[in-house]
Design a protein around this ligand. Structure first.
Ligand SMILES: CC(C)(COP(=O)(O)OP(=O)(O)OC[C@H]1O[C@@H](n2cnc3c(N)ncnc32)[C@H](O)[C@@H]1OP(=O)(O)O)[C@@H](O)C(=O)NCCC(=O)NCCS
Length: 332
């Protein structure tokens, strides 16, 4: 079976820059608190009403397809990872397919939050390996800004997230040496309520009430300490697993593209893996946590900066709500 590979990566972030000082005008927080705890300096928010995850995905997708040396018409499958779909249903993948002018192309939405991109790559990898599809467009795209609570109650979460999109075109590896070498996925619902949005939900009669809105149950809730503990344990673990399966050690890794939840988490993970800081890709300082989009944005920017070249051995790891976590190794 022919290996699959990411043939090209692209990204797009909205033009509106929101600094920590801007947030401090809306709620009791400070640039110092945010930078110290998370490493975030600024993030991007959509400029106006009506821009959804599928809209941010359009330029990211076109960039990934072009860099892969393919054309839009070559895309025969779309996988769209997001926790902030344009609407509850249908999936943002269907909306994107329509906006890209790809009628009839299958579109699958993946709901795996911060691990969504790697989970989606694993599906694309399987489709390409079996020959079911040849050029799978994998997207991670989020509009968080319209769903955050900019008050004292929501400040722990609101300062962490930003809007953005990343995309990758997955197809057959150009040669036998390159491509996705390993992929490891995990989930544990025991941590489901450590990072979640309680309402609206199909289990509630009725799904949404004025009381729920007053209580802010439609905003994300997080047990930050628990997420931190789990992430710093599971990310190094799954990274080791992925390297083992790929027959590699940490010394073989040229570039580490981790999910961007928190600079402190990534520095801790790198220390635990014994990985030099200069091999880590960071963009959290500029974009905050863009959830499913963080890793493809990291790949796209690394490629543009010349850090990702044919033969570069890349380790990726993610942890997020669910809980879900994933690791992968590829030779670019
Ligand atoms: C969220 C996080 C930065 C908080 O850091 P922490 O050291 O655990 O801080 P605490 O929760 O103990 O809060 C410390 C204080 O800061 C306050 N605080 C919370 N958010 C604040 C904000 N935005 N600005 C200022 N103060 C804030 C708290 O209310 C608390 O005040 P108190 O001591 O008077 O009760 C940290 O837990 C974290 O990074 N967790 C992982 C989050 C994550 O990665 N989520 C996404 C996963 S994909």
């Amino acid at each position: 079976m022919r290996r699959s590979a990411i043939l090209g990566a692209g990204h797009y972030v909205p033009t509106k820059v929101v600094t920590n000082d801007d947030l401090a005008k809306l709620m009791p927080t400070s640039d110092e608190w945010i930078q110290q705890r998370s490493g975030i300096k600024e993030r991007r928010f959509i400029e106006e009403d009506g821009i959804g995850a599928s809209d941010l995905a359009i330029p990211a997708s076109k960039m990934a397809i072009e860099r892969a040396g393919r054309e839009l018409k070559d895309v025969d499958m779309i996988i769209f990872a997001t926790l902030s779909p344009d609407v509850t249903f249908p999936g943002s993948g269907c909306l994107l397919a329509n906006k890209l002018g790809l009628p009839g192309v299958p579109a699958l939405d993946v709901r795996n939050q911060c691990s969504g991109f790697l989970y989606s790559i694993s599906v694309a990898d399987a489709f390409v390996k079996t020959g079911a599809y040849k050029n799978v467009l994998v997207v991670g795209s989020e509009v968080h800004s319209t769903g955050l609570e900019f008050t004292a109650r929501g400040r722990d979460v609101a300062v962490l997230f930003g809007d953005g999109a990343g995309a990758a075109l997955v197809g057959a590896a150009p040669d036998d040496e390159r491509g996705i070498l390993s992929m490891k996925l995990h989930a544990d619902g025991a941590g489901a309520y450590d990072l979640w949005i309680p309402a609206p939900g199909s289990r509630n009669i009725p799904r949404i009430t004025h009381e729920m809105l007053d209580q802010g149950l439609h905003y994300p809730k997080m047990n930050g300490k628990s997420v931190f503990r789990w992430a710093t344990e599971k990310m190094p673990e799954v990274a080791e697993e992925a390297m083992r399966e790929a027959g590699m050690t940490i010394d073989d890794v040229d570039l580490f593209v981790p999910h961007q939840a928190n600079m402190r988490i990534n520095q801790y993970v790198a220390m635990k893996l014994n990985l030099p800081q200069e091999k880590i890709v960071h963009n959290i300082d500029r974009y905050g946590n863009t959830t499913a989009a963080t890793i493809p944005i990291g790949l796209s920017e690394s490629w543009a900066e010349g850090r990702l070249k044919p033969g570069t051995r890349v380790l990726m790891a993610a942890f997020g709500s669910g809980y879900t976590w994933a690791g992968a190794v590829m030779k670019w």
